[in-house]
Design a binder for this molecule. Structure first.
Ligand code: GUN
Ligand code: FE
Length: 469
């Protein structure tokens, strides 16, 4: 429960895949459950609005200052919380040797709950500080540490999908499930923990997590699909990330037509399945994913840095597959979804070049849609988060850009001072002296040059969870 609150000023959110909507002088009321109760646009007289919504007359008002705007919280549809200590450390490795060299040793250290507490607290706070209000986490195989991640998300206040990693094959001796049965039982324990601490899934949802096909036996894949069906739970896994991985899958599952068919045969392609990467797919595989209404988490930072390849996002979007963005920490080196937007735009331009077709390039608007409403759709949260509509949760970031002050008629700074002071400050300075950039330019500046310093305050479910001012 939080208190009634009113937010006033500039709000920006996606109207569609290709359009951002700027609401200036808007007022939004948020009820005690953190749900948006009213949205009033083009408000001349805030008092009159509050008189109309009587219970809000004495609610505190948070106003955007010049250069600030409310923006929906970001949604990270794929992040390994346990790999956070490894960000930036990958050398020239690619997926399969990266897993053995860097990933499994680090994940295995979460047997120690002190390690888990330190790292998990850090990753939750850090991602919130970057404006990520919903995160879809992979934990590790360890039940106590996975349960701790759930508890910490609830305590610190981040909406989260939390998956205990299932892997009864291919892992090293020191980091592997003993059997399909033990993997299933351990997963059930982590689901029971969330059912106990958050019975209505207010913030937390368990997510069934077969790591990827090569690390799961057929009985494990079958039993996890059954568990998801029995309990109506979402699923997350990796798909078609790296060409050596594709060869491995083909050798392990020779009876299957493709990597995607491995999951389909085991009933793991559901409307609640989030498939990370999905780079090297045939048209038939994309059509199968569309038919099953499964979702794709695009992880451009990881795909570039593990030399995995280029995901053709435009093709997925044209085929009406739902796509969200993932940081894929630590395949990706950044915990920021703003970075994922930027990298998605860059990768899409490389695809446009390679395919000799400018249509592949994504716009800033499209990138921000994927980061908010697109991610929400991937997680079945489209009625809950991603925009400013009545009935949605107040999962929001207050973004502040460093606008230069306005000039008076004589060309001097209105409040005095030296123009040089305002040139080149690192925090996303926009507007040229004497000219005011429009919101489209400001947003582009934010996407390409902004970072967590621009994220001034963050709320999840109406609760303020980050406040930098
Ligand atoms: N495939 C199987 N495990 C992983 C992982 O931890 N990260 C990435 N990027 N791909 C994987
Ligand atoms: Fe991953």
């Amino acid at each position: 429960m939080s208190k009634l609150a009113v937010y006033f000023g500039t709000f920006i959110h996606s109207r569609s895949l290709t359009e951002l909507k700027v609401l200036e002088n808007a007022a939004v009321g948020v009820d005690k459950n953190g749900i948006i109760a009213f949205v009033e646009e083009k408000v001349d007289d805030l008092k009159a609005v509050l008189n109309k919504h009587k219970e809000f007359t004495s609610a505190p008002i948070t106003r955007t200052k010049r250069g600030q705007f409310f923006f929906p919280g970001f949604i990270d549809t794929h992040i390994h919380a346990s790999q956070y200590p490894n960000t930036g450390i990958f050398g020239k490795s690619t997926l399969l040797d990266w897993l053995n060299t860097y990933t499994f040793p680090t994940e295995s250290s979460f047997k120690n709950l002190k390690t888990a507490r330190a790292i998990y607290s850090q990753v939750i706070k850090r991602t919130l500080s970057h404006g990520t209000t919903t995160a879809t986490y992979y934990a590790t195989i360890h039940v106590p540490a996975t349960n701790l991640l759930s508890t910490l998300c609830q305590t610190i206040g981040q909406r989260a999908f939390i998956g205990r990693v299932c892997m009864d094959c291919l892992g090293p001796e020191y980091y592997i499930d003993e059997s399909a049965e033990s993997s299933l039982a351990a997963t059930e324990e982590t689901i029971a923990h969330i059912e106990k601490i958050d019975p209505t899934n207010e913030l937390l949802t368990p997510i069934i997590t077969p790591r990827f096909a090569p690390s799961c036996s057929r009985p494990l894949l079958h039993s996890l699909a059954k568990l998801s069906a029995d309990k109506n739970l979402p699923i997350q896994t990796h798909l078609s990330e790296n060409t050596s991985e594709l060869e491995l899958v083909a050798s392990l599952f020779p009876e299957e037509e493709s990597y995607t068919h491995v999951y389909h045969s085991h009933k793991l392609l559901t409307p609640r399945t989030v498939l990370a990467h999905a780079i090297h797919l045939s048209d038939k595989e994309i059509d199968l994913i569309k038919q099953q209404q499964s979702k794709i988490s695009h992880c451009p930072n990881s795909n570039t840095n593990l030399t995995s390849g280029f995901c053709k996002v435009r093709k997925l979007l044209d085929k009406k597959v739902d796509v969200g963005l993932g940081t894929d920490v630590s395949g990706g080196y950044s915990p920021s979804i703003l970075d994922a937007v930027r990298q998605a735009l860059g990768v899409s331009r490389s695809v446009a070049f390679l395919e000799k077709s400018p249509d592949h390039a994504l716009s800033v608007e499209e990138g921000l849609y994927l980061a908010t409403r697109g991610g929400a759709k991937c997680l079945g949260l489209e009625d809950k988060v991603g925009g400013f509509e009545v009935g949605k949760s107040w999962d929001v970031q207050l973004v502040g850009l460093n606008l230069v002050p306005e000039l008076d008629e004589d060309g001097n700074l209105e409040d005095g001072g030296d123009p040089a002071e305002f040139a080149g400050t690192p925090e996303c300075t926009v507007d040229v002296f004497g000219q005011t950039a429009d919101w489209a330019d400001r947003i582009a500046k934010w996407v390409y040059t902004g970072d967590d310093r621009c994220t001034r305050q963050v709320w999840v479910g109406g609760r303020s969870v980050v406040n930098k001012d």
